[in-house]
Design a protein around this ligand. Sequence first.
Ligand code: ATP
Length: 656
Amino acid sequence: MRTARWRAALRTPLGATAAAGSLALLVLAVAGPVLWGSAAEETDVASMNQPPSGDHLFGTDDLGRDVLARVLVATRTSLGLALGATAIGIALGLILGTLPVVLGQRLGRMVVALVNFLVAFPALLLALFFAVIFGLDARGAMLAIGMAIAPSFARLVQTLSASVAGRDYVSAARIAGVGRFRLIRRHVLPNIAEPLVVNATMGAGGALLAFAGLSFLGLGVQPPTYDWGRLLGEGLGRIYVNPAAALAPGVAVVVAGLVFALLGETCAAVLGVRTGRGPVAGRARHAEQPESGKEAAGTGGDTVLHVDNLTVAFPAERGTSRAVDGVTLGVRAGEAVGIVGESGSGKSLTALSAAGLAPASATVSADRLDVAGVPVLASSEAQLRDRLGTSVAMVFQDPTSSLNPSMRVGRQLGEIAQTHDGTSRAEGLRRAVERLTWVHIPDPQMRAGQFPHEFSGGMRQRAMIGMGLMGRPQLMIADEPTTALDVTVQREILRLLRDVQHDSGAAILLISHDIAVVSQICDRVLVMYAGRIVEELPVDRLDGGAVHPYTRALLASVPDMSTPQDVPLATIAGRPPEPSERSPGCAFAPRCAFADDLCRSTDPVLEVVGPQQRAACWHPQRAESVSGGTAGEMPGGTAGQSPEQTPARVTTGDDQ
Ligand SMILES: Nc1ncnc2c1ncn2[C@@H]1O[C@H](COP(=O)(O)OP(=O)(O)OP(=O)(O)O)[C@@H](O)[C@H]1O
């Protein structure tokens, strides 16, 4: 497919010119010294500084040597030095650009600052500076130009790496225990290679010009060696006698620079098409070993996730803002627990913190945060990789971004077995095919050899779950795993998660904004609002047993077969407060019909309100206190409200 794109690109005028130009330069570089070497060196004192003639198309220099022959012969030196300098610049740029990922936050910031500092200098100024340091010869100039172009390349690598580092498949690889160097080599660099290649190709043109500039100034190639820059310098000295002697090397520099630029454009066109063609995949996971996993569920004690008073804060204009504020929860072995809430309620941060994947800018604290017996906050990144990589699996929302687009699916799954069990590549692949079979991927052998973009969305999500099963997960965290899928596929994925839970014994923490999704496979539901858990209850009590007005409003907004089509669906008026906007009292009070002064002034705490049920509300709404309609309904179309607690309204879409 890629070959076809190259062929198509080479048929365009731009591509054809770039190809022909590159070929011509290559041939000249290889054959030039052989064909015209002696003509270029042959002195003739009888015809010094001659203008163009039939014998010498661009005239002769001050020793009577043929200018054209010298320009053609200089192709090899000029291109060789320019490409050498570019290679040095790319190598240094890659090192500087990826160091922040390898070094960790503090040292990484210092490297970024250094690169920013160097980028602020004009490249030619840097080249002159380094040329003086490294010596006034071709080698020194090559090093100097390489070092001068390295900072801008490093900046590009840093920017692109940062954009990739946040992708789900990188998080997945991190949690799977993939080391930093391998992470860069296998997951980061392959996915930023395309813009780097394009940039490097165009950068070679810049290096050519810079080299010509240094040689022209007498800082680059020294006699008796010569390149286009030196020939240009010599020609300019005699420009009034024979302008063609300066014109020829000048044209050579411009033409070669143009060829590099066209080549870069062609690469960009081809690679850009490929990049834009779409899908790629998504998911994440962990764990190690094969086997059923039933034993895994039984290991590590009864509670696989223990979160006590978790707080996640971010720097804000004044101090910090708490996106997750004192969350306490537990997930027992083999249990399926759902977290629901509107966007921004802190669901994902809670789950990511549990897996040690909170954003770098977040400050995570907790009285206790243990996953599968591993104290997350007290463990180093290497310890987390090593220990969680074998016991926690993650499935992310977007199946198009959670699988590494540049790796075959079987390789990605197999990498986990290689990383954690030290298996061979072949054994890793065998296990990968087995896991793909478990998650009902048809023709798993063939599919394992495909890239993520060749999978459908539902298949990618299955592959992500299969990746989770490469180990022996005690806990599978699924963050909105069905949001990006259509309804039929959603149901299949939920069913698969439930089967995985039953067959492997792994506990499941399912995050969703849709309470209906959670109720399909979970035993227990935690409802989050503004960074806190406002209600916790068994799924079988959702229908009529929810007491928090927010939970009831969420339930009322889910249509079912009996929902009248001519009545607008209930919605919850207003929006949740941003972490930085929260004021004292219950965060839901501004949107709640039952709120009074107590709610607005004092935070309710999570208290037991029934069997296995807790709620944080000053006015919990009991089913028996609701009149008219089901327990989830509110007069006026929203969640529960008792007649004696009036204002007969709170929230409907129409109200807004
Ligand atoms: N990297 C970040 N920097 C600053 N604030 C953040 C960051 N990530 C999240 N937040 C804050 O934390 C809040 C909760 O984010 P979180 O992703 O946990 O919400 P969520 O309930 O999972 O919602 P969604 O379903 O939209 O992801 C966000 O609204 C935002 O204000």
